[in-house]
Write a protein that binds this ligand. Structure first.
Ligand SMILES: Cc1cc2nc3c(=O)[nH]c(=O)nc-3n(C[C@H](O)[C@H](O)[C@H](O)COP(=O)(O)OP(=O)(O)OC[C@H]3O[C@@H](n4cnc5c(N)ncnc54)[C@H](O)[C@@H]3O)c2cc1C
Length: 372
């Protein structure tokens, strides 16, 4: 019997398990996780223009976003898209609802020591498998990071009713630029509670200035939002390496998934929706071809766009606001979201780029293409 091992039960491991569960097969699937990153502490926001297998896991849905860019605040409808939030615990519940009735799924607690071509070493014991999906170890060589996305978020309770419960703020540039291009993201729970996150694009290897990030958050809450007194209920922070280069995902019978598989979008740091699409494609490939490697080729130009944007922003941080301003200049956010979803046509892309300084971007594109 063909055994499948999924290393890691985070976003990509769980999503893949769900997509395998709805596939008509009886291969044993073992999902291994050592519990170092508790799901209860995680939540993912993302946008999508179509129904998804794990939609039941979403706890919030929004059909508008707010952006503050180039001195103006705009509320944009999302057109065919919806913005949604999935909490880690709810994702696990939705996945277990699909896998629990199936006897061939096992969730195992264990530390993945190593991944080999014929299986996985878990707590010193070899677990044989035909196919291994790896979200914990990664490829031997990752392309260099083009930038770091450093963010620090506070879940706050504000004295005043200042948050708009129905409209998240995707980016607000009314914040000091801390070690690079920066904006604030606000995900509201209700009028008094929200996740307020300071996000900066920094050079690879740069260290976040924690004090400056906290100062920027405090200033945003008091000066920009007018929150009055506020309490910080929880703080989260991370620095995600952003890589525009293609990651070699396959090594023998092993396929990397999730962030290790290069599924973080280099210009945004989002991966939730890409992981859903990737999981569906892997399950489809196994079903049709008996192996998981027949994945749709991604159009190479989007990696070039992401790399060029990061190059420009690393050199001239103020260009991030201009670029976001150009992408989100339409009546709805749909054209921008479709572009970030990598689902636009070249003609649509040229129209979107029209608001950006052509010479700066062409010079960066030439440099990137020559040095690649
Ligand atoms: C704080 C934060 C917030 C983010 N917010 C968003 C967001 O809102 N929207 C979005 O699209 N993206 C977001 N991202 C980016 C990305 O979607 C997440 O990082 C996502 O969780 C990546 O999925 P993954 O499966 O690759 O990794 P993870 O979800 O981190 O899963 C990896 C799993 O492997 C386990 N593990 C690790 N090492 C071992 C080992 N040796 N043995 C066994 N188990 C192991 C861990 O316990 C974990 O459960 C965020 C990232 C961070 C860090």
């Amino acid at each position: 019997m063909t055994r499948i091992v999924i290393a890691g039960a985070g976003l990509s491991g769980l999503s893949l398990a769900a997509h395998l569960a709805v596939m008509d097969h009886r291969h044993p699937v073992i999902v291994v996780d050592d519990g170092r990153d508790p799901l209860s502490a995680k939540a993912w926001a993302s946008w999508s223009d179509r129904p998804g297998l794990l939609d039941a896991a979403a706890c919030r849905w929004f059909d508008q976003i707010r952006v503050h860019v180039n001195g103006t605040t705009k509320v944009l409808r999302l057109g065919r898209y919806r913005y949604r939030v999935v909490r880690g615990g709810d994702l696990a519940t939705a996945v277990r609802r699909l896998t629990d009735p199936l006897r061939h799924f096992t969730f195992q607690e264990g530390h993945v020591d190593r991944i080999e071509d014929d299986g996985v070493v878990v707590d010193g014991r070899h677990l044989r498998a035909r196919w291994v999906f790896d979200s914990v170890v990664g490829p031997a060589e990752e392309p260099p990071a083009d930038a770091l996305l450093s963010f620090r978020g506070w879940r706050v309770r504000a004295e005043r009713a200042v948050f708009d419960a129905e409209i998240p703020t995707l980016f607000d540039f009314r914040t000091p630029q801390v070690r690079g291009a920066s904006f604030v993201y606000v995900l509201p729970d209700d009028a008094h509670h929200a996740l307020v996150e300071h996000t900066s694009f920094m050079a690879p290897g740069a260290a976040a200035d924690e004090a400056a990030q906290r100062e920027a958050l405090a200033e945003y809450l008091t000066e920009v939002v007018g929150a009055g007194r506020y309490e910080i209920e929880r703080e989260e922070h991370a620095a995600l390496p952003l890589r525009a280069g293609r990651v070699e995902r396959r090594n023998g019978n092993v396929l990397t998934i999730g962030a290790r598989g290069g599924l973080l979008k280099a210009s945004t740091g989002f991966s939730y929706q890409r992981v859903q699409r990737d999981s569906a494609a892997i399950a489809e490939s196994l079903h049709r071809h008996g192996h998981p490697f027949a994945l749709p080729a991604e159009p190479a130009r989007f990696r070039v766009f992401d790399g060029v944007l990061l190059d420009v922003v690393m050199r001239e941080p103020a260009q991030l606001e201009r670029a976001f301003g150009a992408l989100f200049r339409y009546r709805t956010a749909e054209p921008a979201l479709r572009f970030l979803d990598e689902a636009t046509t070249p003609a649509q892309e040229w129209r979107l780029f029209a608001g950006m300084p052509a010479a700066t971007y062409l010079a960066a594109a030439r440099h990137r293409l020559v040095s690649s």
